[in-house]
Ligand binder design. Structure first.
Ligand code: SF4
Length: 492
């Protein structure tokens, strides 16, 4: 059997694509398709496997003609590319197997797909494979159970060229104990965080190390601190030992909930092993909007103080923000701008509320006949897929004002300085400066420092950093490059 695994293209102009920043370091994509690489490892060993990631290369007709089956995994944001891949598979007479979040929540949008292997592949893929062997493969495979991820195999890294990506990925856990009503993570992975064990995580670190990877590793969990006790007692100490034994080859970033700020010990352990950045869903500074979306962990706390506490502990905070809640007052746009500026969250992903199929929010708005179309999965594309309480034009214009303000050079560099003044990173165990870092710096001088309209702010920041915070100089350059990307995608 010959199987072609295809990762559809993510639109280039999305916030998280970092497309305009990746050009500075000669990378094609931020992250490899970890889900597909894991699925590849679940397929029979004797099958021939190839992987085409449309974010780093093209799909040729000869690739399709080689394969007996084309296997696609996708998220909502990849929907348009999925449609095109299906069209080409049909034109080439190939059979398609599909799974992943997009198909699990919206399988009825894809009747052309031959086999839909939904929910978690560890459970449904073996059922499909057994039926395929018997010649009785069905159209849909689903399951209500959650997989035991201590049995999940190592991703088949050899199917990709690691050099094309800015970061590698490891999944430690699935599931989140919280219940934010717009989020589909608990629908896809449940509330009870399931974790891999110590030996698996060390094997994943080993496998990336053996392949020569050095640099950033994204722990892709939706909430890395869902099970704090296991992290503190078992996983982080084991990673710390491994990192020390291997002379600190990686730095890590991940996604967490704001209650990380309440646990000094956990923050210390994370920074000690090399965690540098965390993404946190802040969503809104307006308490009633947090109540509306059941973001209980963010309520009744000083969110700015919590962010600063995490930054002081040595972790950069990226933040997610949403406008469009029913309870958002007309002043929400100003409140969001003020909050973001004061928090020093440089990478602030502000999005219009996007209603994803299957979520609590979707069910509520459907009952109120307020769903207009499928969500794009791209929170920053200025589209709204439901009828908001606020006049639509007010909402879109207010949203545009937020992004035009916070990414304008004056505001962006002011926020960046605010962050660098507070941020207290753990001392680096090893300092590695690669040729790519040097290229990126030189390129930033020409693209931002000479040709960019933000050049005045760029030079002022570099001057300030050299004199006041020299250790933060590389970070100042990195964030200047990120700012360039954000301004490009929002066309500021
Ligand atoms: S904390 Fe994050 S992952 Fe968990 S339910 Fe809320 S939005 Fe989803």
């Amino acid at each position: 059997m010959k199987v072609l695994l295809v990762n559809p293209e993510c639109p280039a102009n999305t916030f998280w694509s970092f497309k305009h920043a990746l050009k500075f370091i000669y990378k094609e994509a931020s992250n490899p398709p970890l889900g597909l690489l894991t699925v590849a490892a679940l397929l029979p060993e004797k099958w021939d496997k190839r992987l085409v990631d449309l974010n780093v290369t093209q799909l040729r007709d000869t690739d399709l003609q080689w394969a007996d089956y084309v296997l696609i995994s996708a998220m909502s944001v990849q929907r348009d590319s999925v449609k095109e891949i299906i069209r080409r598979c049909k034109a080439n007479g190939r059979k398609i197997v599909a799974g992943g979040p997009l198909f699990t929540t919206s399988y009825d949008d894809f009747p052309e797909i031959d086999h839909l292997v939904l929910n978690e592949a560890e459970i449904t893929l073996p059922l499909f494979l057994a039926d395929l062997e018997e010649g009785i493969a069905r159209h849909i495979y689903t399951s209500d159970e959650w997989a035991d991820i201590t049995k999940t195999p190592l991703p088949l890294w050899e199917l990709i060229d690691l050099k094309k990506y800015a970061s590698m990925c490891i999944q430690y856990s699935r599931g989140c104990p919280f219940n934010c009503d717009f989020c589909d993570i608990t629908l896809l992975y449940g509330h009870n965080p399931r974790t891999k064990d110590r030996a698996q995580i060390l094997a994943e670190l080993d496998s990336l190390y053996m392949l020569g990877w050095r640099g950033t590793v994204f722990m892709v969990d939706d909430n890395f601190i869902g099970n704090k006790i296991k992290l503190k007692q078992e996983i982080l100490p084991a990673i710390a030992q491994w990192m020390s034994d291997h002379r600190y080859p990686f730095s890590f970033y991940t996604q967490v909930s704001i209650n990380l700020a309440d646990d000094e010990e956990l923050m210390k352990l994370m920074t000690a092993v090399g965690f540098e950045t965390v993404f946190i869903g802040i969503e809104s500074p307006h308490e009633e909007s947090l109540t509306e979306c059941s973001k209980v962990q963010n309520k009744r706390r000083d969110l700015i103080a919590a962010v600063k506490c995490i930054q002081k502990a040595g972790l950069q905070v990226q933040g997610g923000f949403i406008v469009g809640f029913d309870n958002d007052p007309p002043s929400i746009f100003e409140k969001q701008i003020e909050f973001i500026q004061k928090s020093g969250i440089v990478t602030a992903m502000v999005g219009l509320l996007n209603v994803l199929r299957g979520t609590g929010l979707y069910r509520r708005l459907q009952q109120e006949s307020r769903i207009l179309k499928e969500g794009s999965g791209n929170n920053t594309d200025f589209t709204i897929n439901f009828v908001p309480k606020m006049p639509r034009e007010t909402l879109v214009n207010g949203y545009k004002k937020i992004v035009a303000t916070i990414y304008a050079p004056e505001y962006y560099y002011q926020r960046l300085k605010e962050f660098l003044e507070v941020y207290r990173p753990a001392p680096k165990k090893t300092v590695r400066v690669s040729m790519l870092d040097i290229y990126a710096f030189i390129k930033s001088i020409f693209v931002i420092g000479v040709m960019g309209k933000e050049r005045r702010y760029y030079w002022k920041l570099l001057g300030w950093s050299i004199t006041k915070r020299p250790a933060a100089f590389p970070l100042a350059v990195t964030y200047a490059i990120f700012g360039f990307h954000f301004r490009k995608i929002f066309e500021i």
